[in-house]
Ligand binder design. Structure first.
Ligand code: PEP
Ligand code: MN
Length: 262
């Protein structure tokens, strides 16, 4: 992942689209896929507003085993359906190597969640695929640990790694996590890999998504991953940090003035 071996920024191709390089990639969608209507409605809306990629969790890493765990295989099917209808490439989290073959076949970008950033066996497995991997920073991972996790994927021959700063655990508890904005320029100095920012999980508060998105662009992020839900108050996960499609639309209008969107 070291820039010494690769002075130019990496650009990752995903279908007709790219992450890294000059344009800002916008990945948007619900925390969890909840129903056919829900994912289709959100996918159509975020596409209309200018998002380039659809996110949605099918297998969910929840803190409590009693919380909604995702629609699993059925959720994947619904994501595929939303992709068919909108053309948006899909980004979703892989939690177990048992589902790897299915993900390789059906998903455009495989997300490795914060809680699995140091699941080295999982990293090695996705490293053996040719799929773009969105690697999220661990809850308390240093930048060096984060880059070493990326290295696990690269060492297996897969260089299509996108890093995601999603906030880290600090003493501050007003926000869900503390967005480490300095990680963006730090990683971009050390590494050629694209770095995107997740303001939704960083803040845990929907109204903070806009200012943190702008800040991420200012520090040089290559993209944003934003949670959008049609009915945040009744979302099965992460409703408090999710913005409505209307609010996403307004946000995109503002971001288009700051960056060229992919
Ligand atoms: C998510 O993207 O919905 C998620 C669970 O994120 P993280 O792994 O960053 O907590
Ligand atoms: Mn979430």
């Amino acid at each position: 992942a070291n820039r010494v071996f690769h002075p130019d920024d990496s650009v990752i191709n995903i279908g007709q689209k790219t992450i890294g390089g000059k344009k800002l990639a916008i990945i948007a969608g619900p925390c969890s896929v909840e129903s056919k209507d829900q994912i289709l409605n959100i996918a159509k809306n975020v596409k209309k507003s200018g998002a380039g990629f659809l996110r949605g969790g099918a297998f969910k890493p929840r803190t409590s085993p009693y919380s909604f765990q995702g629609m699993k295989e059925e959720g994947l099917e619904l994501l595929k359906y939303a992709k068919e209808k909108t053309g948006l490439p899909i980004v979703t989290e892989l939690m177990s190597p048992n589902h790897l073959d299915k993900f390789v076949e059906e998903v455009d970008v495989i997300q490795i969640g914060a809680r699995n950033m140091q699941n080295f066996d999982l990293l090695k497995e996705v490293g053996k695929t040719g799929k773009p991997i969105l690697l999220k920073r661990g809850l308390s991972a240093t930048i060096e640990e984060f880059l070493m996790s990326a290295e696990y994927i690269l060492a297996q021959g897969n260089e299509k790694v996108i890093l995601c700063e999603r906030g880290i655990r600090t003493f501050e508890n007003y926000t869900r996590n503390t967005l480490d904005l300095s990680a963006v320029p730090a990683i971009k100095k050390l590494s050629h890999l694209p770095v995107i920012v997740d303001p939704s999980h960083a803040a845990g508060l929907w109204w903070m998504v806009e200012p943190l998105s702008k800040a991420a662009i200012a520090v040089g992020a290559d993209g944003l991953i934003i949670e959008v839900h049609n009915d945040p108050a009744n979302a099965k996960s992460d409703g408090k940090q999710s913005i409505t499609p209307d609010r996403f639309h307004t946000l995109m209008e503002k971001l288009k003035k700051l960056a060229q969107i992919e």
